[in-house]
Design a protein around this ligand. Structure first.
Ligand SMILES: NC(=O)c1ccc[n+]([C@@H]2O[C@H](COP(=O)([O-])OP(=O)(O)OC[C@H]3O[C@@H](n4cnc5c(N)ncnc54)[C@H](OP(=O)(O)O)[C@@H]3O)[C@@H](O)[C@H]2O)c1
Length: 381
């Protein structure tokens, strides 16, 4: 391990901030930022801006050239170990060696099979001094790429649960009332988060109650795949989800009890139906996540409702939660519920998830409009 100077750490923090520029645009690739420094002066900066475009290191070296600067002998600060494999872009190590960079300071490792130390090894063999960060910058670099890291290590998407609740812990409003619990600023944030994930999931209970679109409404946002957990394939053909397939693809996760005619009708309408073979909610979630991971979904934004969120928690499949607490009381839950179908099987006890306690590793709180947002991290990859 290397002890970096305060100046090294400052450049790494700048590289971390630059990496954010690609959020929502580079998946399944990682976010990467890079800074080139020669004789104490920044001569180039860059980040991986979109899938298929230059990696952060090459973008920073290009920036040197655009500024008329020669990176020979300079130090390259980068948030992730440089790649050594040919993907959508040629290997970054080639560009670093060709540019004559003298020293590379790396904030975090790349745990994917193709990488895992190969790039730094090649650079070292090529005479480049390699230093790796520890402490706050290394932790920030790992947190930056949780979806990439989890997907690389497990093949599963990183799962972020979003919930909005009242001060008395309700997540559902009464029939006829507005479905919104969180305020406008919070809902804007939710739309931004949707665009930052590869897929959005909801339970069929929420779909039957609210008929949501589950699209990202921010201009230029990448539209995530929408996923409905719906073991009996009850998703109505005239729902807004089915009616908006031209905006983004829709996957229904159904189970062995789904009537074949319903499955066929959904497929006919253009919906992808994934048929799992288990009746167990936790197993259904596990196989659905593995299926999504195989399709390159590295991040899943779980928008509820409470039944599906509970099943994910019981299955230990939540990596992070973002809970809005709205300054209102909603009274006891509506005994009629917003949909008569939603908890049909919960009452029979069949789907009641096992009680699970998942303790957070770290939490933060902030004010969003009139709401309080509590973010909790349960796992680190
Ligand atoms: N406050 C919030 O943040 C928030 C967010 C979303 C929704 N909501 C509200 O929540 C209400 C609906 O919530 P809900 O809890 O009744 O429904 P839900 O969680 O959206 O959906 C539950 C249904 O999903 C299906 N499902 C399929 N696979 C499952 C699995 N592996 N594990 C668990 N369930 C699975 C089950 O029906 P099948 O057996 O038929 O498959 C289950 O009854 C709505 O009123 C909505 O407005 C609030």
């Amino acid at each position: 391990m290397t002890i970096l100077t305060d100046i090294d750490r400052e450049h790494l923090r700048r590289a971390l901030a630059l990496a954010e520029g690609g959020r929502g645009r580079v998946s399944p690739n990682p976010l990467v930022g890079a800074v080139v420094v020669r004789d104490g002066e920044v001569i180039g900066e860059g980040f991986h801006a979109a899938l298929g475009e230059l990696h952060g290191e090459r973008a920073a070296l290009e920036d040197c050239r655009a500024r008329g600067e020669d990176p020979r002998g300079a130090t390259l600060y980068v948030t992730l170990e440089p790649c050594a494999h040919q993907g959508r872009q040629p290997p970054c190590v080639e560009a670093i060696l060709a540019a004559g960079i003298g020293r590379v300071v790396i904030a975090s490792d790349d745990p994917s099979e193709k990488a895992a130390g190969r790039g730094p090894g090649i650079l070292r063999d090529g005479g480049v001094a390699i230093e790796t960060a520890a402490g706050a910058e290394a932790a920030a670099a790992r947190l930056l790429n949780q979806p990439f890291r989890k997907h690389s290590r497990t093949g599963l998407p990183h799962v972020v649960l979003k919930l909005a609740m009242s001060l008395d812990g309700q997540t559902t409003t009464a029939a006829g009332d507005s479905p919104w619990i969180s305020g406008e600023r919070s809902r804007e944030l939710v739309h931004r988060w949707r665009g930052e994930h590869d897929a959005i999931a909801a339970g069929v209970g929420t779909v039957l109650a609210d008929d949501p679109l589950l699209t990202a409404r921010e201009p230029d946002a990448r539209q995530p795949r929408r996923v409905v957990f719906d073991s009996r394939a009850r998703l109505p053909l005239d729902s807004r989800l089915v009616g908006s397939l031209e905006q983004s693809p829709l996957t229904v996760v159904a189970g062995p009890e789904a009537p074949p005619a319903r499955v066929a009708a959904l497929r006919e309408a253009g919906v992808e139906v994934f048929l799992g073979d288990s009746f167990d909610p936790g197993e259904q979630i596990g196989t659905a996540l593995a299926m999504l991971g195989r399709r390159g979904v590295t991040s899943l934004f779980l928008e509820g409702g409470k039944t599906l969120a509970g099943a994910f928690a019981a299955a230990g499949q939540i990596d992070e939660s973002r809970t809005f607490i709205a300054p209102m009381l909603l009274g006891p839950p509506d005994p009629q519920d917003r949909s008569p179908f939603v908890n049909q099987r919960l009452t029979s006890g069949e789907r009641t998830p096992a009680v699970a306690r998942l303790e957070a590793l770290a939490t933060t709180t902030e004010t969003v409009g009139a709401d309080t947002l509590l973010t909790a991290r349960f796992k680190e990859w």
